[in-house]
Design a protein around this ligand. Structure first.
Ligand code: NAP
Length: 259
């Protein structure tokens, strides 16, 4: 399918690896020029070069922490006018609900709620003026059903979800859609870290940890960042203009809910 977005410019945050990279690859495959972000320059440049070679699109890189004001300023300066924004960042650390103090919550809110909101506030007005735009926020299935060790994520991402629910309906009339993608268990470094935690808690090896985790997923496997990215590219496509303020769960059926 032609997604109808060839030549559009997309800012993809936290995209040298994992789900962000999956989104960047799929948008590049659809012909978008990219502004790619991550903190570490080396892996970011490697990813950018691989995408240039595979898809022949322009890729600009910005090595910066997108949860800081300075990082976002650098990103926005390099991005200029973009038609597509994919927000993403590293998730908050796991723990127990009594572990966290105010500082921990502020950090989680900065990373998983206030940073994507600041990027939308900076870029969506221009999209509205030009009459077309797409925003996809990578959140988590934890906003549908809590993941018990991820209380910081459960809390901060719920705030972003509430913001998107209202704002998406205020901007849709100007041709801008905002939606959230909710990953379940996808095969990335982040999940390796979660599996390492399970291995040390349960005294099991990596294969057993993966077997147990995949056993709780009706699809029987971990998700692939490439399939996640293709859903992101569809939400950013010319065909997705009537999808507004939705929370789309990509979790192989793990969230046991009727709607
Ligand atoms: P990942 O494989 O560890 O990749 C994270 C990417 O984000 C890397 O490119 C990393 O590069 C970049 N990054 C991290 N913090 C950043 C920051 N402050 N500023 C700019 N770039 C940053 O992680 P992932 O699995 O793709 O997860 C992405 C997001 O989805 C996370 O918020 C995670 O909690 C959420 N999520 C993932 C899953 C899953 O199954 N994988 C499930 C639910 C939710 P640098 O380290 O160089 O910055």
């Amino acid at each position: 399918m032609d997604l109808g977005i060839a030549g559009k410019r997309a800012l993809v945050c936290a995209a040298s690896k994992g789900l962000g990279r999956g989104c960047a690859e799929a948008l590049a495959e659809a012909g978008c020029a990219l502004v790619l972000n991550a903190r570490s320059e080396g892996p970011l440049e490697e990813t950018a070069q691989a995408i240039r070679e595979a898809h022949g699109v322009e890729v600009v890189t910005v090595a910066a922490d997108n949860t800081t004001e300075e990082g976002r300023a650098a990103l926005l300066e390099a991005a200029g006018e973009v038609e597509i924004l994919v927000t993403n960042s590293g998730g908050p650390p796991p723990g127990y609900w009594t572990d966290w103090d105010r500082e921990d919550f502020i950090k989680a809110l900065d990373g998983s709620m206030l940073s994507p909101i600041a990027l939308m506030q900076a870029l969506v007005p221009g999209m509205m003026e030009r009459g077309w735009g797409r925003v996809v926020n990578i959140t988590s299935r934890s906003v549908k059903a809590p993941i018990l060790p991820l209380g910081l994520s459960n809390s901060a991402r719920a705030g972003l979800t509430g913001f998107v629910a209202g704002t998406s309906r205020q901007v849709a009339g100007q041709g801008v859609t905002i939606n959230n993608l909710l990953p379940g268990v996808h095969d990335t470094d982040r999940i390796e870290q979660m599996d390492a935690r399970l291995m040390s808690e349960e005294g099991i090896d990596r294969d057993e940890a993966r077997r147990r985790r995949a056993g709780g997923i009706p699809a029987g496997r971990y998700g692939d960042p490439a399939e996640f990215g293709r859903m992101c590219a569809f939400l950013c496509s010319a065909h997705a203009g009537y999808i507004v303020g939705q929370n789309i769960v990509l979790d192989g059926g793990e969230t046991n809910a009727t709607i």
